[in-house]
Design a binder for this molecule. Structure first.
Ligand code: SF4
Ligand code: SF4
Length: 493
């Protein structure tokens, strides 16, 4: 609580709660673990007070009041659980459902829908609707990622407030009035702003759903793990939703979806579409993954012991002529282990800068130009990157005999020249989670875990060190990069 805020006490549902003068009653309740039903209020999008779901009984007030527009003061007595408050909440809910199609069995929001949840908690009334409902448009593709169902909308306007005030893209709007009112895409636009997926998160019902996720797996089969998005140097806090209970759902993919996780200092409530829908390249399509330790010439599958033994023998004599080309995808733990390995092997050439293969668009909301999460972590560990031009020059000149490529696809850095350049090295080791173009050009392939299969830390562009947790078991023989570096170092010594 900031110093200018005057503390006070409020009696809420019979309990004396700490608050400050002028704080909204719905926020006093939330801060103290009391759930007052609501649709339109969102801490980052304001409180228009239009859904009328958060009505509470206030001692001395002639009628129930909406708690999202009710500033509290000392001694106020409020109840969200009294007979009067509950009746008012039930009436509001009944209005919301008058024209709702009640198509829950075929709605993908089932299991995380504000209408379902509040009906079970605050509804359970006999419907008085005897007339035909007003029908609106369904299955509208609002943009590349989002589907709109106008009939299921409760007109809370969270989505339009998001596109007006956060993404500032103005690609959704409210049209018509009264019971004919509906949400639609702004004429001449599509919902294709770089943050469009957030409208699905803020929509409390099944009106806006995710094209990428809908009908793939029911939400109650998903497990959730705290993580950090590796899509750029911002490091948005996310929750990885994994599907391991029903492996035959979701096309066999183990990651169901990514959702933003609130962190006021990094990403607030939001994440961008690149990060949200980019997870397939990392962990979605297990078919794309490296799962076996391989020597490619002569081709043979090896045990970790055998491969690391062979590599240690080769590195021992050539440390000074070895270069490491890495990616900012490595964790702080990986960089620390690489540091020790490099000291033991005498490696002093490192290439990990974000070159054209790892840069993209930046904006003022979240997205950063460097499309990897941990360049700061490399710098903090004491690494300095040379440019990839220097690497290609020294390969051409025969100054480098060994190239150790970690989670980097040099075919994306050098394009058509990659094959010829790599052929100049006596030994190319590729270590990473995926079968990229690079994996085919190496002499050894070492399978590494994807970030969802390991614990670790990334340091974001502002220097914030953030922890991510293991959500899935590693595929095949994959191991975390730090462990491969450590095992190799042990063999060197
Ligand atoms: S589409 Fe969803 S977020 Fe938008 S107004 Fe309707 S219910 Fe609210
Ligand atoms: S802004 Fe960066 S870290 Fe955040 S979700 Fe997008 S890609 Fe991921």
């Amino acid at each position: 609580m900031s110093p200018e805020k005057k503390p006070c006490k409020v009696n809420f549902n019979g309990k004396e709660l700490p608050a400050y003068e002028g704080q909204l009653a719905i926020e006093v309740a939330r801060d103290n673990g009391i759930d007052v039903p609501h649709y339109c209020y969102h801490p980052a999008l304001g409180n228009p007070g239009n859904c009328r779901m958060c009505v509470v009984e206030v001692q001395g007030a002639p009628k129930p009041m909406v708690s999202c527009r009710l500033p509290v003061n000392e001694g106020m007595v409020i109840r969200s659980d009294s007979e009067v408050a509950r009746r008012a909440q039930t009436s509001s809910l009944e209005f919301h459902l008058v024209n709702h199609p009640l198509d829950c069995p075929v709605c993908d929001q089932s299991g995380e829908c504000g209408l379902q949840d509040y009906y079970m908690k605050n509804g359970r009334y006999e419907s008085q609707v005897r007339k035909d409902k007003v029908h609106k448009r369904k299955r509208i593709q609002a943009g590349p990622h989002v589907m709109l169902d106008q009939e299921r909308c409760v007109m809370c306007t969270r989505c339009t407030r998001f596109v007006d005030n956060v993404s500032k893209s103005h690609d959704l709007g409210v049209f018509q009035r009264g019971h004919k009112q509906f949400i639609d895409v702004t004429p001449g636009k599509t919902l294709d702003n770089p943050y469009s997926g957030n409208v699905v998160d803020v929509c409390p019902v099944g009106a806006l759903t995710d094209r990428d996720f809908r009908f793939k797996v029911r939400v109650w089969y998903l497990d959730k793990t705290d993580s950090v998005c590796p899509g750029c140097a911002r490091g948005c806090n996310i929750s990885v939703h994994t599907n391991t209970k029903r492996p035959w759902h979701n096309g066999g993919k183990r990651v169901g979806r990514l959702k933003p996780r609130y962190n006021p200092d990094v990403n607030g409530y939001w994440m961008c579409d690149e990060g949200r829908y980019g997870y397939e390249s990392v962990a979605g399509l297990d078919l794309d993954r490296l799962g076996r330790v391989m020597r490619l010439s002569p081709r043979q599958e090896l045990s970790w012991d055998a491969a690391l033994g062979e590599l240690a023998g080769k590195l021992k004599a050539r440390g000074a002529q070895t270069a490491v080309a890495a990616s900012g995808m490595l964790s702080n733990e990986d960089w620390a282990a690489l540091k020790k390995l490099s000291s033991a092997a005498g490696i002093s050439r490192f290439f990990f800068a974000a070159e054209p293969d790892q840069v993209g668009e930046q904006d003022e909301l979240l997205r950063r130009r460097e499309k990897v999460p941990n360049l700061k972590g490399a710098e903090a560990a004491g690494f300095k990157s040379e440019g990839f031009d220097a690497l290609s020059r020294d390969l051409e000149a025969g100054k480098l005999r060994v190239l150790y490529v970690v989670e980097r696809d040099l075919t994306r850095v050098w394009g058509d020249r990659a094959k010829a350049l790599l052929s100049k090295a006596e030994l190319v080791i590729f270590q990473g989670p995926r079968k990229t173009g690079m994996a085919d050009l190496a002499h050894y392939r070492l399978p590494a875990t994807a970030y969802v299969e390991e614990d670790g830390h990334f340091t974001n562009f502002e220097g914030k060190v953030q922890r991510y947790f293991q959500a899935l078991k590693p595929l095949g023989a994959a191991r975390p990069d730090w462990r491969i570096f450590d095992d190799l170092r042990e063999r060197l010594s």
